[in-house]
Design a protein around this ligand. Structure first.
Ligand SMILES: NC(=O)c1ccc[n+]([C@@H]2O[C@H](COP(=O)([O-])OP(=O)(O)OC[C@H]3O[C@@H](n4cnc5c(N)ncnc54)[C@H](O)[C@@H]3O)[C@@H](O)[C@H]2O)c1
Ligand SMILES: [Zn+2]
Length: 369
């Protein structure tokens, strides 16, 4: 299945399907004039799936040149970026080449940013290997690295030349990572597609059990939703792309509070954050308590956390979480923008939510143990 991302001269296709990795050679071949294809990957993914990618490239007469980086968020650093650029330049890369990013969101963000600045812009193909990367980070052209001052602070918009999402690669992904990626899938239902939320409510177990049809459907619906949002608001200059941040202001604060580590994965923080966005909306009588309950129950039923207590956040953390939110938005003051919801499938941007209300809400929400 092919889902187009329509962005004028930056348009590209997302190729989705089990076994699609085999087409990586022919897809990459249409974006490069060299025989050698640099493949940026990580030390967990490469031993598991590198041989299959090399075979796919070879079938189109291409030779993969793997650049294997350490797995994990710490790889999205200025230091790793410098090393990667030096290796690509030493290999004689030109703007006629095409870089392949083969890994999760960490590899996609780092390799994508390297491609964005290498010779002022080189083509790259995203081959995501985590569920999160297949449904979110590989599509849309946001690339970035982390700095001491915070996550994703240095980056560029640089759209890939193609995305290849092969659900068969997920067979080796740990369940916890799979569930964290699922949080970003159900997000699309919660933002603007109540029917898809219904499907998720019935089908989440099949997705997490890697039922081939269910995973492909979930990836396709997610990518279609993200592609439409990105096409309408590529650089997040309007409110539309901001909707993708549902649950993220609450979630980032939880990630900051837990030190951005293994204690709380990004998708887990987003799950709690989405539940909080709905509970806050219900507390403000913007949405019904029944919808907020349903979101909370759905997330818990899939094995995701829905309350801050699940991440052992202290009951007195409300002021600290509010401070993280202000820092995240680089804005101190009485109000901050939040994605709220009028109901399941009806998220909207509220540009000025009173922080006093958020802090009061958090104080109560943190007490649910
Ligand atoms: N650019 C965007 O629009 C965007 C959107 C969302 C998230 N992100 C970024 O994505 C990153 C998170 O991505 P992620 O969750 O994919 O993390 P990740 O890339 O760190 O992957 C998670 C872990 O799974 C391992 N792994 C990957 N594929 C595997 C496989 N098939 N089998 C076994 N193990 C595998 C990795 O080695 C890693 O240890 C964050 O840095 C986040 O900022 C970017
Ligand atoms: Zn996210």
């Amino acid at each position: 299945m092919i889902i187009p991302v329509q962005l004028a001269d930056r348009s590209y296709d997302i190729h989705i399907g089990a076994g699609m990795l085999a087409a990586a050679g022919s897809i990459a071949a249409s974006h490069t004039r060299s025989r050698i294809v640099p493949v940026v990957t990580d030390a967990t993914v490469w031993p598991l799936h590198g041989a299959a990618l090399l075979a796919a490239l070879a079938s189109a007469g291409l030779q993969g040149d793997p650049i294997v980086l350490p797995a994990g968020e710490a790889t999205k650093s200025l230091q790793q970026l410098g090393g990667l650029l030096d290796r690509l330049l030493a290999a004689g890369i030109t703007r006629a080449d095409c870089i392949v990013a083969f890994g999760g969101g960490v590899i996609g963000d780092l390799a994508g940013f390297a491609a964005a600045i290498l010779k002022r812009g080189t083509a790259f193909v995203q081959i995501p290997t985590t569920l999160l990367a297949m449904v979110d980070s590989s599509v849309g052209g946001k690339t970035a690295i982390n700095m001491a001052a915070g996550k994703n602070l240095i980056g560029a918009f640089h759209q890939p030349a193609a995305v290849i999402a092969d659900p068969a690669l997920l067979a080796t992904l740990p369940q916890r990572q799979l569930r964290a990626g699922y949080a970003e899938i159900v997000k699309y239902g919660l933002i603007g597609d109540a029917k898809f939320f219904e499907w998720c409510d019935a089908g989440a177990a099949a997705v997490l059990a890697l039922d081939a049809a269910a995973v492909a459907h979930a990836i396709a619906v997610s990518c279609r939703a993200k592609a439409a949002i990105v096409a309408a608001d590529e650089r997040e200059t309007g409110d539309i792309r901001a909707l993708l941040n549902l649950g993220h202001t609450f979630g980032h604060a939880l990630e900051a509070e837990t030190g951005f580590g293994d204690r709380l994965l990004h998708g887990e923080a987003v799950a709690i954050g989405m539940a909080q966005a709905f509970r806050f909306s219900a507390a403000q009588a913007i949405c019904t308590a029944a919808d907020a309950d349903r979101v909370t129950r759905h997330l818990l039923a899939t094995g995701l956390p829905a309350w801050p207590a699940a991440a052992s956040i202290a009951t007195d953390a409300a002021p600290r979480l509010a401070a993280h939110m202000a820092h995240d938005k680089k804005k101190a003051g009485a109000t901050l923008p939040f994605i709220l919801a009028r109901g399941i499938g009806s998220a909207f941007v509220d540009k000025s939510v009173a922080m006093k209300r958020i802090t009061e809400f958090l104080a109560l929400d943190l007490r649910v143990r």
